[in-house]
Design a protein around this ligand. Structure first.
Ligand SMILES: Cc1cc2nc3c(=O)[nH]c(=O)nc-3n(C[C@H](O)[C@H](O)[C@H](O)COP(=O)(O)OP(=O)(O)OC[C@H]3O[C@@H](n4cnc5c(N)ncnc54)[C@H](O)[C@@H]3O)c2cc1C
Length: 277
């Protein structure tokens, strides 16, 4: 099946992109790497009157050091996230995540902004940026705004972005001295979406724990985080299994995913403490 698209326009700068999106009464679609959008359009899972191609907007590219934070442009491709020296040093969780994402061709074209805007609960980057406590910078017809990642993901493939808005950048707090960041997941084959995955960050202020593929959106597992802060690993495993809401599908049952969640948490804690089995 082929996609049903009304038209295509290549934005020349960010304001041009916003103008194009604003002129289409909610029926325009931002095109970044196209790795999820084009597949969804081919399957007629989404349609648009106008594709607004932002892929050449230089202001949405690049990773910069901003003091206590790093700023990652929305058009930064997965492969660049994995290779970037600032990200490797200050947000290693994101760099580590790249090797779990799909295959080289998709990592060469897919963008971090596209992955966050797409909000697939099985994707790595949404769970990672939530675990890291990121802030998202968004531009729309009424100007720019900033939103905490905790308020960005609203449901299955649903975010706080309005149809005429563009995600510009992601700001991540730099890892503090001694901070640990770990990603663990289980897949059937290398490059598949995870049957279940887990991001764990340990800071002086406490743990931050998120999961992928176990619910409709990435969420902080606050019950398990409190148990980890108290040093109670068994309690954390029990709390995590109780607070996630996985579903059954052709790849795995809900009860298997719930079981795996606890296993992944123990592995992540072992990895952090150096007791890797
Ligand atoms: C076969 C296959 C396997 C995959 N496996 C994995 C995997 O294992 N793990 C994983 O995490 N991902 C996986 N992906 C998804 C991949 O990472 C996508 O590249 C990514 O999710 C979307 O990025 P993109 O730049 O291609 O976005 P696009 O496809 O261009 O856009 C995706 C959505 O986001 C919107 N959008 C994009 N950029 C912006 C922006 N800056 N502002 C506002 N809206 C925007 C678009 O309008 C669209 O709705 C897979 C994809 C495929 C096709």
């Amino acid at each position: 099946m082929k996609a049903s698209v009304g038209g295509y326009a290549r934005a020349t700068d960010l304001q041009h992109a916003i103008k194009l999106l604003d002129s289409a009464d909610g029926m325009a679609r931002v095109l970044a790497g196209g790795q999820s959008l084009v597949a969804a359009m081919n399957m007629r899972l989404t349609a648009g009157d106008l594709l607004v191609d932002i892929s050449r907007l230089s202001e949405l590219r690049g990773v910069t050091d901003e003091g206590d934070t790093i700023r990652i442009g929305a058009l930064t491709r997965h492969v660049e996230v994995g290779d970037n020296a600032l990200i490797k040093e200050h947000a290693p969780l994101l760099a580590d995540a790249v090797k779990f994402i799909a295959h080289a061709t998709i990592r060469n074209r897919g963008t971090i902004g596209g992955a966050l805007a797409h909000a697939d609960p099985a994707a790595e980057f949404p769970a990672c940026v939530l675990a890291l406590g990121a802030t998202l910078q968004i531009m729309g017809p009424d100007g720019g705004r900033t939103i905490a990642v905790e308020d960005f993901f609203l449901g299955l493939f649903e975010t706080d972005l309005e149809p005429e808005e563009v995600l510009m950048a992601i700001t991540i707090p730099k890892a503090e001295a001694g901070e640990r960041q770990v990603l663990q997941e289980v897949t059937r084959r290398s490059g598949d979406y995870a049957l279940a995955g887990l991001c764990l960050v340990k800071r002086q202020a406490g743990h931050r724990l998120t999961m992928l593929s176990v619910g409709e959106q990435p969420e902080l597992a606050t019950g398990a985080m409190a148990m980890l802060d108290a040093g109670n690993i068994d309690g954390a495993v029990a709390a995590l299994r109780a607070e996630i809401d996985p579903s059954s599908d052709t790849n795995a049952s809900a009860s298997y995913r719930r079981h795996i969640a606890g296993v992944l948490l123990r592995r992540a804690v072992d990895q952090m403490t150096g007791d890797v089995r």
